[in-house]
Design a protein around this ligand. Structure first.
Ligand SMILES: *Cc1c(COP(=O)(O)O)cnc(C)c1O
Length: 224
């Protein structure tokens, strides 16, 4: 399987610098990733720690790796030295573990809080109450080695565009409502929403970062 170069160029034109493209390369080979890399792509997203680590070791070091899957606390240390952005943070305890491992690596790790916006039971994420509890927890200030830079969400897997749009609008409203006041480790600038099937809706709802896999790399034939 080879990458879709014309789709890549089309996407870049469509995004027009207003949203960052994260190329979701889970299950895809290092050769496919390099093909896109050679066209200038630097942001890549992966869902599985082991797969990400193997690819990190084999690929150029100026790639910005995004972790977009569900991260288990005991796996944080594996990626803490190099991860660029962790999209799916959905608990305070995970945030604390990321802070601890970031400190051991003398760095600050940027994180997005994942909000549950889909009407489906299966998707991970915080509800708006839980989000408020994390953002207004007095403890957040003490986590000097993380920075919350935005929110992330996944819409329902459906062909109902009105439903998808309302879910993305809900996340955008939460994002706007929580934008103030920024502190050293809380500075919202990223709204990560939109995948191959729904990114145009996400962009019109205010997405600043889209995560796109199958449109670029073709359909996946195993997990994910
Ligand atoms: C797999 C995945 C994507 C990309 O999905 P496509 O439909 O292939 O674009 C985006 N976000 C997350 C969280 C994913 O797991």
């Amino acid at each position: 399987m080879s990458i879709n170069k014309s789709k890549y160029q089309e996407l870049l034109t469509e995004l027009d610098g207003k949203a960052i493209l994260v190329a979701v390369s889970k299950t895809k080979s290092v050769e496919d990733i390099l093909e896109l890399y050679n066209l200038g792509q630097r942001d890549f997203g992966e869902n599985y720690v082991q797969e990400l680590t193997e690819k990190y070791e084999q690929l150029p070091k100026d790639i910005r790796w995004h972790f977009i899957g569900h991260l288990q606390s005991n796996k944080v240390k594996t990626i803490a030295s190099f991860i660029h952005l962790i999209h799916g943070v959905d608990s305070f305890s995970l945030l604390k573990e990321i802070d601890k491992q970031a400190a051991k690596n003398n760095r600050v790790i940027d994180c997005l809080l994942q909000v549950h916006i889909a009407k489906e039971e299966t998707k991970f994420g915080l509800d708006s109450n839980e989000l408020g509890l994390i953002l207004h927890s007095g403890e957040l200030d003490q986590l000097k080695n993380i920075r919350i830079t935005g929110l992330m969400g996944m819409a329902s897997f459906t062909t109902n565009e009105a439903l998808i749009r309302s879910e993305f609008n809900f996340l955008k409203d939460l994002y706007d409502a929580n934008a103030q006041p920024p502190t050293p480790n809380f500075q919202l600038s990223i709204l990560s929403m939109g995948m191959s099937s729904d990114y145009p809706i996400a962009l019109s709802a205010g997405s600043t970062m889209v995560r796109i896999g199958s449109l670029l790399f073709g359909e996946r034939n195993y997990h994910g």
